[in-house]
Write a protein that binds this ligand. Sequence first.
Ligand code: BEZ
Ligand code: FE
Length: 306
Amino acid sequence: MTGDSTTDDGRTADVTTPEEITAAVVASFADCPRPRLRLLLERLVHHLHAYATEVGLTQEEWYAGIRFLTAAGELTTAERQEFILLSDTLGLSMLVDALTHEQGGTTTESTVLGPFWAAGSPERPYGAAIAERPAGPATRVYGRVLDTSGAPVAGAVVDVWQNGDDRLYAVQDPSAPEHHLRGRFRTREDGSYSFVAVRPTAYAIPDDGPVGRMLAVTGRHPWRPAHIHLRVDAPGFQSLTTHIFDADSAYLDSDTVFAVKPSLIRAFVAHDGDAPGRPAGTEGPWFSVRNDLVLAPASPPRSEGS
Ligand code: BEZ
Ligand code: FE
């Protein structure tokens, strides 16, 4: 200390009211050499302090929050990301999605990636099945990948993954073949892609950790409506992460991660077992769903201080 209220680094030490505490912490980032990082931290502190002040956060509540975050950290591994689940269930993931992607344009809308995508899915031929063991009624998924003028995008990679009739994704089930219910498909010259999926099922997000407890004590359910995930990549286009939602599924109006967009809901059309076009190697009634995917052109790189 150099005087009555100034520290050696020149900062004022007699900071006692809520307003003074907030102002001092915001000011502590003034010399941050990265403008974007400075903005992110100053505004984070501003809003975090405003929240605590508005609700009159108690010591017990502050510590309960610390315990909650500690439990989320202890549970998080390469396979289980409790913080993304927290972001998803608090709607932050979809808020960032909405801030990132243009609304109401002509391109296919995006939605959450979720925790069950895995790198290294096998490339499979046009029309191939992704189920490596029985997992539900066969469902032919087909469509074209197009640009915003309606021209086909040839050579796009459509990476797909889904759950089966036991509600599980392969990465959740040690008994499942590694690449079960997943695959990558390359579009043909006319932009077409096709694969044989199974009818997906509604399922509960992993709810055996702090996020699940948060949902339970607040009276929220952990369910997501049935969907198939798609991630589309093509040179010259923005990559697209999206879903096909089953129009007949429960929970379309109460997805626990707020990820349903009406434009992504599709009818799964039922066919009799003897109807023409039944996917090879399957038996009994089957379904089909058509889903064209419209990609946005790649945007020029953002230049900004960070
Ligand atoms: C999923 O769709 O797989 C998912 C998304 C967010 C949280 C949990 C699961
Ligand atoms: Fe999913």
